[in-house]
Design a protein around this ligand. Structure first.
Ligand SMILES: *Cc1c(COP(=O)(O)O)cnc(C)c1O
Length: 469
């Protein structure tokens, strides 16, 4: 309950920090004798700030006389009907008016299980405010370097180049490796469209190959078959947190002198034979979109071991402008920079990434345990030599039943998502097809389930009941 309590003499900023810790957008205000004397919501504070109140304003000066609360033992159903529909949570008090608990009212909205939600309970808020107040809000500032160095190190790489998103990271990598017109790049059929789009933006030709039935990752045997004299690079995607068979892929790359760009947008912290995803390729790319393993809102990063590629990407990211001679351009570049504000959030996220990965794994373990034995549910395979991490927790259901299950889950208030379409099933990308049989099937059968830490066992049991019918 500690994260729900603020004192009368605390400031609005204190209240916001508490809300950020409890993630319920509400705090209960108590007086010197610990008695409840008010309630503040995120909406209340937003209105106050827009009306000109300062963050340093003492809470006691803005408290409303009337607010909703429950006494111990009062019925949820009764209170749910009594209070206005926008009231989702109320404090529960004992005879001495001390807050002993909170009660979630019966509201349709609060009964929904959202598919994912960023977790920002560490130092993100503090660093963000710090960057904001420092006025370094654009793409220069200490958080950028700190985030680049910290994340590259986390991946077992020497250098990091932060970008505006994961897609610009992929494009920057391709251009920095001189991949363009006339070159072929091998990509998997089961991936988010950004992978193939960036190859096309670079002017190169994608060659789309099939994925493994059990692991859902690009098939080395298909890569080998798809190689032509024009093949310049392979872009393996560590899909849904599953690392690709990097030993086989690096062996093929070496034998055929191909470049490797890992699309690790969904696989922060994944490992193949004890080595981090992102540490194998010439350049590897990550995304920090809000639903990824860690987030900066929008954001991305290229990591590499090569000082030459690092320098090249830094120049290309910043309009191709010479680092020695200001406003001198030797090549056509981009503005793909990340802001210090985004990097500030990233630094907070990075501090707790191991704990985040652990919580994600615990969640997946609970899903696997509770859904075990169902004939209707197949999980992504786990291999001894790979550390699959949990991005969106994803399963396959029997062919032909997916849409029906998705409907039932949605009716039950469970937020779900279908898999990506097989790229080459779309007319736009059909002409780049090499092979896609497994990918088509996985894509037809796949569902992503709610993947946030506070999904409870009873909610997973509810999902189990839906899959048992
Ligand atoms: C999310 C994602 C991207 C793109 O990242 P953005 O930050 O959204 O641009 C690229 N590839 C894959 C596999 C992704 O999942």
């Amino acid at each position: 309950m500690k994260n729900f309590i603020c004192r009368k003499h605390d400031s609005l900023l204190d209240a916001l920090e508490a809300m950020n810790r409890n993630r319920k957008r509400i705090v209960f205000i108590v007086d010197a004798k610990e008695r409840l004397c008010g309630v503040l919501t995120y909406g209340d504070i937003s209105v106050l700030l827009l009306k000109g109140q300062e963050l340093s304003q003492e809470i006691s000066g803005v408290l409303k006389k009337e607010y909703c609360f429950a006494r111990e033992g009062e019925s949820r159903a009764k209170l749910s009907a009594k209070f206005p529909p926008q009231v989702l949570i109320v404090p529960v008090i004992d005879k001495a008016r001390r807050v002993v608990d909170y009660m979630k009212l019966d509201r349709e909205e609060s009964a929904r299980i959202p598919i994912s939600e960023p977790s920002l309970r560490g130092n993100e808020f503090k660093y963000l405010v710090n960057a904001f107040l420092s006025s370094w809000i654009s793409s220069t500032g200490m958080y950028i370097n700190r985030f680049e160095e910290g994340f590259a190190k986390f991946c077992g790489c020497k250098h990091g180049v932060a970008t505006s998103n994961g897609t610009t990271a992929l494009h920057l990598a391709l251009v920095a490796l001189d991949i363009g017109k006339g070159d072929e790049v091998i990509v998997p059929d089961l991936t988010f469209a950004a992978t193939i789009n960036t190859v096309l933006h670079a002017g190169a030709t994608p060659v789309v190959v099939d994925v493994d039935k059990k692991y859902w990752t690009i098939l080395p045997s298909e890569i080998e078959k798809a190689i032509t004299p024009r093949t310049k690079a392979i872009m393996p995607v560590h899909i849904y947190g599953q690392p690709c068979d990097m030993a086989a892929i690096m062996k093929i790359a070496k034998a055929h002198k191909l470049l490797v760009i890992e699309d690790a947008a969904e696989a922060h912290g994944a490992e193949f034979k004890g080595r981090k995803a992102g540490s194998f390729g010439d350049i590897s790319c990550f995304s920090f979109y809000a639903n990824k393993v860690i987030t900066t809102g929008e954001g991305g990063m290229c990591v590499t071991q090569s000082p030459r590629l690092y320098e090249r990407m830094r120049v290309l990211r910043d309009h191709g402008m010479s680092k020695e001679k200001r406003y001198w351009h030797d090549e056509v570049g981009f503005n793909y920079r990340m802001t210090n504000l985004q990097a500030a959030i990233g630094c907070g996220q990075l501090e707790t990434i191991e704990a985040t990965l652990k919580k994600r794994k615990e969640l997946e373990d609970r899903y696997r345990k509770i859904l075990k034995g169902l004939r209707t549910v197949e999980f992504q395979a786990i291999a001894k030599d790979r550390r699959k991490i949990t991005w969106l927790l994803s399963i396959l259901v029997p062919d032909g039943t997916r849409d029906q299950y998705m409907e039932r889950l949605a009716e039950g208030g469970v937020d779900v998502r279908p898999f990506f379409y097989s790229l080459t099933s779309m007319p736009l990308y059909k002409k780049y097809l090499f092979s896609n049989a497994n990918s088509l099937e996985i894509s037809r059968r796949g569902i992503s389930l709610p993947t946030q830490f506070n999904v409870t066992d009873s909610e997973i049991s509810k999902i189990r009941r839906i899959f048992s019918r």
